[in-house]
Design a protein around this ligand. Structure first.
Ligand SMILES: C[S@@+](CC[C@H](N)C(=O)[O-])C[C@H]1O[C@@H](n2cnc3c(N)ncnc32)[C@H](O)[C@@H]1O
Length: 413
């Protein structure tokens, strides 16, 4: 049987397995991830959950070849806490979820999961489930069908398809996957059908409804977080955005402090974050893996670690110290920025003052120069006057007359 385990190494490494730890694989499937966990345990123990009888039968034999330290529990993982309690287990070191279906489940036409093979409408992971795809398709109202196609399949033509299903089943019960595919095609027209493949979305939506996939995921994650020992981890592999959104939101909420208590010096225990995100962004399969197993294309892996009260408070104190430091540094950077900005402004201002002083200086110099010119001419006049005076005196001494204007000396005769 060809079965690939998606992101096997990344998901198992993400659990950071201790050889004496207690681990849970909530989605045993065909045992790929469980085998890897079991191989790494020496004194530890592995509990495996699956609701699919056939998968359990196959995996039991596979795991037996590796070791004895495991127990398989045939149950929906929504009962994780209750079923572990029955095994006297209240804390574990790691939990794995590899959601959705295994390749053998999809490829087995009789299970009715695939729109590519003709089979009775079933789609139950747990064969004892009272709700199957045939019941959904033949009994749900137009509104109910539209809602599940829209919410779980994100299909634009949900209402048209729902109407067509209800109209068709008035004539004759819808029994097989092929009949359903034909109804979908006739509801949306060949052009839209061939371009958008709405049958893929509609089959996904019915499968999610039959197995309550989103509801159980929403319920089990808080229990899984509570079951973790300090340092214990959860790895979750999802295959569509609806599942990933739930995982992302729950992990985010449990790894942050509520805004209401954020400012308190000591955060009360019940408000402390329970988780640390190991990867902020989801881990995606490598190109090689996608090439080898195209079904891994839509997979996303998220990993978290349980933090404990004292650890959480320490972490918060560290974060706050860092923030304070950052704030201090910010003040320094702000001052530096101010200084840098001030330099050119000062330059311009100084230049303006200098040029004003220069102008004043030049004006003063011109004034002085003018004054000097006046002085010079005055001096000249004085010296001229002095020399005229002398001439006059001399002229008088010699009995001559001095005519100022022409500087002419004439005899008195
Ligand atoms: C993707 S497969 C797991 C493959 C497995 N990790 C491997 O390596 O072989 C998912 C398995 O989880 C099971 N499963 C899905 N939802 C479940 C649920 N709510 N409770 C129990 N088992 C579930 C399915 O029946 C299927 O066998």
């Amino acid at each position: 049987m060809k079965h690939y385990s998606v992101m096997l190494k990344e998901a198992i490494d993400g659990l950071d397995i201790k050889e004496d730890g207690i681990y849970v694989d909530c989605t045993l499937g065909y045992g790929g991830h469980s085998s890897e966990i079991l191989k790494r345990l020496v004194a530890g123990y592995l509990y495996c959950f699956d609701q699919d009888e056939e998968a359990i039968k196959y995996s039991r034999e596979r795991l037996k070849k590796i070791g004895k330290r495991f127990t398989i529990i045939q149950s929906n993982f929504v009962d994780l806490k209750k079923k572990l309690k029955e095994q006297k287990i209240s804390k574990v070191d790691g939990i794995l979820f590899d959601l959705g279906l295994s390749s053998p489940q999809i490829d087995d036409a009789s299970r009715g999961f695939s729109f590519m093979q003709d089979a009775p409408l079933d789609m139950r992971m747990d064969k004892s489930n009272k709700l199957d795809a045939k019941k959904v398709v033949n009994t749900y109202s137009i509104e109910e069908l539209t809602n599940i196609f829209f919410l779980y399949g994100e299909e634009k033509m949900s209402r048209m398809i729902a109407k067509k299903i209800v109209a068709t089943r008035r004539e004759k019960e819808i029994n097989t996957t092929k009949e359903l595919v034909k109804i979908i095609e006739s509801a949306v027209g060949a052009k839209y059908f061939n371009k958008n493949h709405p049958e893929r979305q509609i089959f996904q939506a019915i499968r999610i409804e039959v197995n309550s996939e989103l509801t159980v995921l929403n319920e089990v994650l808080p229990d899984a977080i509570d079951l973790l020992n300090k340092g214990g981890r959860i790895s979750v592999i999802t295959f569509h955005s609806l599942e990933d959104r739930i995982v992302k939101q729950i992990f985010k909420k449990e790894s942050e402090i509520d805004d209401l208590v954020k400012g308190l010096p000591e955060i009360p225990e019940k408000y402390l974050p329970k988780l640390k995100l190991i990867n902020k962004k989801p881990i995606l399969p490598s190109e090689e893996e996608i090439k080898e197993n195209s079904r891994s294309k839509s997979a996303k892996l998220r990993i978290v670690e349980r933090v404990w009260c004292d650890m959480a408070n320490k972490q918060i104190k560290k974060q706050r110290k860092f923030l304070r430091l950052l704030r201090g540094e910010r003040a320094i950077y702000f001052t530096l920025a101010l200084i840098l900005l001030a330099i050119p402004v000062c330059n311009v201002y100084t230049k303006a003052i200098l040029s004003e002083s220069n102008i004043a200086l030049e004006e003063k110099k011109t004034e002085i120069r003018k004054q000097e010119d006046i002085n010079d001419s005055l001096k000249m006049e004085i010296s001229e006057l002095a020399s005229l005076d002398t001439i006059q005196n001399v002229a008088t001494e010699y009995g001559l007359t001095y005519q100022n204007e022409n500087i002419k000396v004439v005899t008195n005769d």
